[in-house]
Design a protein around this ligand. Structure first.
Ligand SMILES: [Zn+2]
Length: 95
């Protein structure tokens, strides 16, 4: 589909901008890591909030109340922790 906008650098040249961007974020005291472990970890809070909302919704429209549904929070949290433990940490900063 025509010429690419940015030419592809030949193999063996300098590394991409990924490492300078990470260093810049560390300098700004906001370390950003995109490894699988950190991604799942960062999703833990939002997924738990969504799960609480879904449980309240189910409690509203079913014969179950929240007192009977709350163990699903433990199940979801456990699944996320297992996924976190199994996630790859390639590229995760050591310190
Ligand atoms: Zn990481």
């Amino acid at each position: 589909m025509g010429d690419p906008i940015q030419p592809v650098p030949p193999a063996g040249t300098q590394p991409t901008a990924a490492q300078p961007v990470l260093a810049q974020n560390v300098q700004a005291n906001r370390p950003v890591c995109h490894c699988g472990y950190c991604r799942i970890r960062s999703l833990f809070g939002p997924i738990m909030i969504i799960t609480v909302g879904v449980l309240f919704l189910v409690a509203q429209y079913s014969r179950y109340n929240f007192g009977e549904l709350w163990p699903f929070l433990l199940i979801v949290a456990g699944i996320l922790k297992v996924a976190e433990a199994m996630a790859p940490r390639e590229g995760h900063p050591v310190s």
